[in-house]
Write a protein that binds this ligand. Structure first.
Ligand SMILES: C[S@@+](CC[C@H](N)C(=O)[O-])C[C@H]1O[C@@H](n2cnc3c(N)ncnc32)[C@H](O)[C@@H]1O
Length: 212
């Protein structure tokens, strides 16, 4: 049976792409992904297609191709965290999907700040009410957040301060694994005016009554 391979390519540097993801990607006839993810495989000769923001044409394209051409879909980080996987599961039968894990940007940040993350709550603010964020930060010792253009680290810190949350330690990882990587650490007050231009994730410590 032909399959659709969903490949987690890690935070961005080819050094963090697993040998298995490399091997499967090399064996595909067709690679689909965002520009940043396709760049990792720039030297590979097979056909590559950039995925845009429209999901329906992408699903139709995969549907029309995967039975005759081995198709790899490149997703950043790990496919289990805020990727195309839920959409693909809704559209295709489970039997045709094959998932190869990758290193998440958040997992990478936890490694860089030398903290375990088995006790972290992980969230993205896409489609989530901001009220939930304050509650989660109030109640949990570690909160890992995937940010976006609307929900920037500065905006998140301001919002938490407005909700009366204090005494938190904040880490922000920008352009993780790339040569221009930066990691900021500080309080909510320190980070509220930070301008973080690149891709970033945040970790907020100190909720749930934990002393810092
Ligand atoms: C759609 S989510 C995908 C998350 C991905 N599946 C993962 O496990 O890392 C995209 C978000 O991941 C984060 N991200 C991805 N690559 C990153 C990097 N190299 N440095 C910092 N954050 C990154 C950013 O918060 C970005 O908005």
């Amino acid at each position: 049976m032909e399959k659709i391979f969903i490949l987690g390519v890690g935070p961005g540097s080819p050094k963090y792409v697993s040998p298995l993801v490399m091997e499967v990607a090399r064996s595909c006839d067709l690679l689909l992904g965002g520009k940043r993810n396709l760049e990792i495989f720039a030297e590979f000769p097979q056909e590559k297609r950039e995925i845009g923001s429209q999901i329906q044409p992408l699903l139709e394209f995969i549907e029309a191709n995967f039975r005759t051409r081995k198709t790899g879909i490149l997703v950043s980080g790990d496919p289990g965290l805020f990727s195309l996987l839920p959409v693909l599961r809704r559209h295709f039968q489970e039997e045709v999907l094959e998932v190869v894990p990758g290193i998440s940007a958040l997992q990478y940040l936890f490694a860089r700040i030398k903290l375990p993350w088995h006790d972290a709550v992980v969230l993205s603010l896409h489609g989530r009410r901001e009220k939930d964020l304050a509650e989660l930060v109030r109640d949990n010792v570690k909160v890992g957040i995937f940010t976006d253009h609307k929900h920037t680290p500065g905006m998140i810190c301001k919002l938490l301060l407005e909700k009366g949350i204090k005494s938190r330690k904040v880490y922000i990882g920008e352009n993780l694994s790339y040569p221009e990587e930066k990691i900021y650490a500080g309080s909510l007050e320190d980070c509220r005016e930070l301008q973080v231009e690149g891709l970033n994730v945040m970790v907020i410590l100190g909720g749930g009554g934990e002393r810092l």
